[in-house]
Design a protein around this ligand. Structure first.
Ligand SMILES: Nc1ncnc2c1ncn2[C@@H]1O[C@H](COP(=O)(O)OP(=O)(O)O)[C@@H](O)[C@H]1O
Ligand SMILES: CC(=O)OP(=O)(O)O
Ligand SMILES: [Mg+2]
Length: 411
């Protein structure tokens, strides 16, 4: 093997690895010290580009949030990537960038494991853009930009859908005519890097209970639930696309398809208009008319008049959908041992957690109010038959580790 092939496979001391996590409203970036074994969970540098798709996208580094930099709203992804690359270059100081890991939301039926990117894989993954229009194009844009700028730099795609390869067929199938299945119209599931992290960290945190009947509630801008048994996905609320399941910041979640037909046939909305409505103008934003974020809506509930009323109904609907879907997953699991909240809202909103848990009284779920307010790792009361936890997710670390393993030839 040549020296450069060996360097591709194994990082040397001091080598760094960049992870890009393109979400629906943000790009999270993290730089890891790839030369250390085991890979440290904390990055050496990280940050977040926020407000992608909105009027005021901005770039910020963790620890320097007050120095938020405005980005060109017409080309936010390009501007963001340029900033991130500048930031990486400033931190290399003679060290080598070993690889770039990307969270790619959709791997379709073909990619159940991370894959090294090249032009052919890129073309393949572009085929899944219609299945994840809020996410897929942007991750692929970043990959394409880097393939052109630094063709020798290894890039690896790590898929949200991959963790759900254990779903049984009865959870994967859509009740359409059978040949839809063979055409790839099936439930894939998302947020898999987050659930993969949970499968790693929950046994460390909670011991054997994590291997039992467990539900993880990933509540971010996009939101889903995953039912795990023995740390494997057995059911999940997002399905064919990232529109299914829970109500989200701007997305509907599960919706009667008859409503879509009505909007198009009777109200004459075009296909593009319906797509925009379902992905960008619905959910908490659409119902409240004010914000896609619970932290903005919660204080508005106290207001008199329409603002307060709509904030209250938006949040009531949001919480009701979570409770209903948890109920459905409890039925699939045959009971519940552990419920874990994660992602932006799950990790930080004690009020949303309290409202969800109040709806789970039928399971005997009882919270310790102080622990919940403190975002503690265990927030259930000692007598609660279901252990309830809060666990910060770390999709970037999972992507970094998968990438190192793939490049070292472990896949
Ligand atoms: N400290 C916080 N308190 C309450 N909500 C928060 C906090 N931080 C983030 N959030 C909420 O989390 C959501 C974003 O979650 P995140 O997991 O970062 O989503 P994404 O990956 O899609 O960008 C937003 O609704 C945001 O308001
Ligand atoms: C799949 C998905 O909705 O991801 P995110 O929550 O990061 O937008
Ligand atoms: Mg996310």
């Amino acid at each position: 093997m040549t020296a450069s092939a060996t360097a591709d496979r194994y990082p040397s001391r001091g080598d760094l690895l960049l992870v890009l996590n393109c979400g629906s409203s943000s790009i999270k970036f993290a730089l890891f010290d790839a030369g250390q074994t085991p890979l440290p969970r904390a990055p050496v540098w990280n940050g977040k580009v926020q407000g992608i798709g909105g009027d005021a996208p901005s770039y910020g580094e963790t620890g320097r949030e007050t120095e938020q930099v405005a980005l060109d709203a017409d080309q936010p992804y390009h501007a963001a990537l340029t900033r991130i690359r500048d930031g990486v270059a400033a931190r290399l100081g003679g060290r080598r960038l070993h690889a770039v890991a990307h969270r790619v939301v959709h791997g379709g039926g073909r990619y159940e494991a991370p894959v090294r990117m090249d032009a052919a894989v890129l073309a393949d993954l572009k085929g899944y853009v219609p299945l994840a229009p809020l996410h897929q194009p942007f991750a692929l844009e970043a990959i394409e930009m880097l393939l052109e700028a630094e063709p020798a730099l290894p890039q690896v795609a790590c898929f949200d859908t991959a963790f759900h390869h254990t779903l049984p067929q009865v959870e994967r199938m859509l009740p359409l005519p059978y040949d839809a299945w063979t055409r790839g119209l099936r439930r894939y599931g998302f947020h898999g890097l987050s659930y993969a992290y949970m499968a790693e960290v929950l046994p460390e945190r909670h011991g054997a209970v994590a291997r039992g009947r467990c539900i993880v509630a990933h509540l971010g801008s996009g939101a889903s639930l995953c039912a795990m048994q023995d740390l494997e996905s057995i059911a999940t609320t997002m399905g064919f696309s990232a529109l299914d399941g829970l109500m989200m910041g701007t997305r509907t979640g599960a919706l009667d398809p008859g409503a879509v037909l009505y909007l198009m046939e009777i109200e004459k909305l075009s296909l593009a208009d319906v797509g925009h409505l379902l992905y960008h103008r619905s959910g908490l934003l659409g119902v409240s008319g004010r914000s896609s974020e619970p932290r903005v809506l919660l204080p508005l509930e106290a207001e008199a008049g329409e603002t307060g009323e709509r904030a209250r109904i938006a949040l009531a609907l949001y919480v009701r959908r979570i409770v209903r879907e948890i109920g459905a997953l409890v039925a699939v699991l045959g009971g519940l041992d552990l419920l874990v909240f994660t992602a932006g809202i799950g990790e930080h909103s004690a009020e949303i957690r309290a409202r969800v848990c109040a709806g789970l009284g039928f399971l005997g779920v009882a919270l310790d109010a102080d622990a919940n307010t403190a975002d503690a790792a265990v927030i259930s009361a000692p007598a609660s038959p279901v252990l309830v936890g809060v666990e910060p997710t770390n999709e970037e670390w999972i992507a970094a580790r998968q990438t190192l393993a793939l490049l070292a030839g472990a896949h």
